[in-house]
Design a binder for this molecule. Structure first.
Ligand SMILES: C[S@@+](CC[C@H](N)C(=O)[O-])C[C@H]1O[C@@H](n2cnc3c(N)ncnc32)[C@H](O)[C@@H]1O
Length: 264
């Protein structure tokens, strides 16, 4: 690992993100650590809990830093009319467009797991529903005061926003992290819900030969940042787990969180 160089996506001259490698590395399994402490299951369980029975609903949903696979929107799809996916990476946005056009299917274990618990139809039906509801796939940069500036949703605010594993990747410092949360919240309507998931105290994750530097946010700082951004925390769950020794090659994450918050 020491021979590899850490990179930050925003400062890379060419988009380094490899959508297929990412899906292969992180979405090909829902049993990373062991059944009781699996981070991928935790993320999906918390999403299902947040969106169950239309607890969080509205007309418009924005998913921030979607990556190549829209798993948060997959859980939320029944409860919104129009969904916007967004990402900094052109490779990811192109991959999402191909998925929306039907050139790529996401029928892997993570979506299978979600539908097994959700019990509201098949994976294929949910994927079709989501494809119909996704209206836009846009550029966003959460480090900027207006993250979706110059896109078709410039100036639009949303009924709800979801975001997973993006803030720690986009931030160099605690201040960056706080600013990015505030930037995202400018896109949320008053009373709207923000569902945020991610890693605590992570310093890197690996994709192929690339190490992505992350800001290791602490739980108390995170709570403070979310509240100071004008949100009321409705629930916060944390899973601490013990990775298998070989997992440290891929990331030093040992703790993941899920927050449901509401804009005051
Ligand atoms: C670790 S991936 C998470 C993807 C997906 N949300 C998930 O949970 O699997 C981080 C994502 O954040 C995106 N990203 C990095 N910097 C960003 C920024 N400044 N603004 C918006 N998205 C960014 C990356 O392109 C990538 O898709």
């Amino acid at each position: 690992m020491s021979a590899d160089k850490f990179i930050k996506q925003r400062s890379a001259p060419v988009d380094p993100f490899d959508p297929e490698k990412y899906i292969d590395a992180f979405y090909s399994n829902v049993a990373w650590h062991n059944d009781a402490e699996d981070s991928m299951k935790f993320f999906q369980d918390c999403l299902l809990e947040a969106f169950k029975e239309g607890n969080i609903t509205g007309t418009t949903l924005l998913d921030v830093g979607t990556g190549p696979i829209p798993n948060m929107a997959f859980c939320a799809a029944p409860w919104f009319q129009e969904i916007t996916l967004s990402d900094f990476s052109p490779n990811n946005r192109e991959f999402l467009r191909k998925w929306k056009d039907g050139e790529i299917n996401h029928m892997g274990p993570v979506f299978e797991y979600i539908m097994r618990l959700d019990k509201s139809g098949s994976m294929e039906e949910r994927q079709d529903l989501l494809r119909k509801k996704v209206r836009n796939i846009v550029f966003c940069d959460i480090t900027q005061p207006n993250p979706t500036a110059s896109t078709v949703v410039d100036g639009v605010t949303f009924d709800a926003i979801t975001c997973s594993n993006c803030l720690e990747v986009a931030s160099f410092t605690l201040d960056d992290y706080a600013k990015s949360v505030r930037n995202i919240c400018t896109l949320l309507k008053p009373g709207g819900y923000f569902v945020l998931e991610g890693c605590l105290e992570i310093s890197f994750y690996r994709l192929g030969d690339k190490l992505y530097e992350c800001y290791p946010i602490k739980k108390n700082d995170l709570q403070d940042i979310v509240q100071k951004a004008g949100l009321e925390i409705i629930s916060m769950k944390v899973l601490n787990y013990t990775p298998r020794p070989e997992e440290y090659y891929y990331t030093d994450c040992e703790s993941v969180f899920a927050i449901v918050a509401r804009k005051l």
